[in-house]
Write a protein that binds this ligand. Structure first.
Ligand code: ZN
Length: 94
């Protein structure tokens, strides 16, 4: 009977791991939130004026930069820039 309980415990653990894995895949497959601005959040430059925007997805939020270098700056303080993007987007809606 002890062995049965152990096996059951392992099965439950395996099922939990499987569930977590599937969920992680779901978020990856989910479409990111579109980038709401027409400017690079780092430089403030208009996107597409110089070159094709550099598109990057951070935690489900699509972000567009004027150049790949701006992504490096973004990753130094992503929370700050995400907040900035949200604030700018809110202004545009007004
Ligand atoms: Zn840039």
């Amino acid at each position: 009977m002890k062995m049965f309980k152990l096996a059951l415990g392992l099965a439950v653990a395996a099922a939990l791991i499987a569930t977590v894995t599937v969920r992680a895949d779901d978020t990856k497959a989910a479409k990111p939130i579109p980038y709401p601005l027409k400017t690079c959040p780092i430089s403030g430059d208009k996107l597409g004026s110089m070159d094709k925007p550099y598109v990057f997805v951070y935690e489900g939020q699509e972000i567009k930069f004027c150049c790949p270098d701006c992504k490096k700056d973004f990753l130094k303080d992503p929370k700050k820039y995400l907040k900035q993007i949200k604030e700018e987007a809110a202004k545009l809606k007004k």
